[in-house]
Design a protein around this ligand. Structure first.
Ligand code: ATP
Ligand code: MG
Length: 364
């Protein structure tokens, strides 16, 4: 995967910009609040169909404007492709290779990227939701169908919770409707469970090898997918059993107590829980290993590396971990943001100076 060109209009602090990217490392550098992360946000928008900073589309348009336009051309498995979004108010137009697409899910899975930004450094220590996001994002890029099933799951979960809440309050509720939602939930949960369990197995193999390399053979990583299900066969039936046998408890709680919205990933280093015991440095290495592994697994499925987006994290990593990333530039495209250009003096780095939403490249 290789980005050729990015065009941005009225997005964040960028009035209008056109950027070209090279193979290998592209460094966006400049002072704080100039528009470095804004470019990664625009690029990653093509991977997910939304901002990675949790901002709404309305917050992305440049202050004082009604909307924004972003367009990117990239090569994927030697085919040139383009994606574009034109967003004005509630109107969000989506284009793929020049033709308008109806659904956001038709836009996902064409451009694939791995994003690593400072908040991810808490992935090991935080509660499970960031680790679930890690699975969701990784899987939906290689299996776009996952995204559809996942959003169906969430809608069903919401409906089911409404009924459970009514039941808890002693209001009228339909037992039959609750059965229907339980069956539909079990079906989606089974699909998601299988995909997550398969994904974590793959990620675990890669991440283990990477951390072994990064730590000079001192650290052994293992990942385990944690769910309500024991695994084995007929996962859907297992979910149904749990949902139907826990009805009284769920009514008492007024919400769904079981399902893939409660999953986690158990991370161990040398056999002990990383969440409880890993040092700061070990956590950094683990997250870097997970991100690099995300790229490896993506490549296994799609035949090529995704684009790697490193927002501000190189300054957080030590020399050895930085060098590890820079070694990988031969066969993949990497976009890095930093405040300084020191350490990137290499002539084959495309250095882009960022100032007040403008971008000047050392290339061309
Ligand atoms: P840092 O080094 O601090 O991470 P950065 O270069 O990555 O800085 P960005 O996050 O890319 O900075 O850009 C931040 C700038 O964009 C801020 O000045 C902010 O006020 C501005 N900005 C954010 N949203 C909008 C918007 N909707 N319209 C105009 N400007 C915006
Ligand atoms: Mg930034």
């Amino acid at each position: 995967m290789k980005i050729e060109k990015l065009k941005v209009e009225n997005f964040r602090n960028i009035e209008s910009a056109s950027l070209s990217f090279s193979d290998g490392v592209n460094l966006l550098y400049g002072q704080n609040a100039q528009g470095k992360t804004n470019i990664l946000e625009a690029v990653y928008y093509f991977a997910r169909g939304k901002s990675f900073r949790g901002s709404s589309d309305g917050e992305l348009k440049r202050f004082g404007n009604d909307g924004f336009f972003i367009e990117m051309t990239f090569d994927s498995n030697e085919r040139r492709q383009s994606l574009a979004y034109r967003v004005y108010g509630k109107d969000k137009k989506k284009y793929r290779n020049g033709a308008e697409e109806e659904r956001i899910t038709d836009m996902i899975g064409h451009f694939r990227a791995v994003l690593f930004f400072p908040e991810h450094l808490t992935l090991v220590k935080e509660g499970p939701s960031m680790r679930r996001d890690f699975m969701n994002i990784g899987i939906s890029q290689i299996k776009p169908m996952y995204l559809n099933i996942y959003s169906e799951y969430n809608k069903i979960l919401e409906n089911r919770n409404t009924i459970l809440k009514n039941a808890q309050k002693g209001l009228y509720y339909s037992e039959e409707q609750l059965d229907i939602w339980s069956n539909s939930l079990a079906k989606r949960a089974a699909y998601i469970n299988e995909k997550r369990s398969e994904y974590i197995k793959k990620i675990s193999e890669s991440a283990k090898r990477i951390l072994y390399e990064l730590s000079g053979g001192k650290e052994e990583l293992s990942l385990e997918y944690v769910s309500d299900i024991k695994g084995g066969s007929d996962i859907e039936a297992q979910y149904r059993d749990i949902l139907f046998s826990s009805r009284e408890r769920e009514i008492a709680a007024g919400c769904s107590l079981y399902g893939i919205h409660r999953d986690d990933v158990e991370i161990k280093i040398n056999g002990i829980s990383a969440r409880s015991f890993a040092s700061q440095g070990q956590q950094r290495s683990i997250v870097l290993a997970l991100k690099m592994a995300e790229g490896e697994v993506c490549r296994e499925y799609s035949g090529e590396y995704p684009v790697f987006l490193f927002d501000d994290v190189l300054s957080e990593l030590d020399e050895k971990r930085r060098a590890y990333i820079m070694e990988k530039k031969q066969d993949r495209q990497i976009l890095i943001t930093a405040c300084e250009k020191q350490g990137f003096d290499d002539s084959d780095v495309n250095v882009i100076k960022v100032e007040k939403g403008t971008y000047v490249s050392s290339y061309r």
